[in-house]
Design a protein around this ligand. Sequence first.
Ligand code: 5GP
Length: 210
Amino acid sequence: MNPVPARPEGTPAKRRRLSIAPGRLIVLSGPSGVGKDTVLQELFRIAPWLHYSISYTTRPPRPGEVDGVAYSFVDDARFQALRDHHELLEYAEVHGHWYGTGEARVRESLERGEDIVLKIDVQGAAWIRPRVPGAIFIFLLPPSPEELRRRLTERATESADGLELRWENARTELADQGWYDYRVVNDDVQRAAREILEIIERDRPRTDHQ
Ligand code: 5GP
């Protein structure tokens, strides 16, 4: 039984939109093991002006993960409080843990005219889509399902159970990516990062202060 209750239908989406802000929101999703972190690292190296939204998660830190860098690591009670106080732009349960985007940080960035990148799953992305018109949705794909399976197996951070769960979720995520604006294949980290940057630079549908 997960201690964080299910989201009441429609709650975050009914709140005010972020559409008047001048910055752009870039949402990157992709199945576990596809290489989102490595590609993002390269993206921020070649485009250091981009900002990153550090998510909250109830997942325990992996070896080497520092609080406040990859994630803000919180317990279930804190996550529930953030959610109940409407401090999350979106949130979702992924691989048995809760993940969520702090709304204030994103709002402040967008209001300052900064472009901010979110690395979130397809459920969270689907919640954001109606709330942030003009956001750019990019889905990172593996060169093949077999290659994804190989990368997931190589990743020694997960238990056998975690691996199977991530593989199942990866298949669901791959099936749910139809509505994304762009698909980028991670066949080469530098190439994929460059392609994402080109998309960001090309696709400048500013939110137009509607
Ligand atoms: P990991 O635990 O491997 O770092 O991330 C697992 C999954 O959680 C990834 O698919 C990642 O995109 C997703 N995720 C990370 N942060 C967030 C978030 O703030 N919101 C949502 N909805 N998903 C997130």
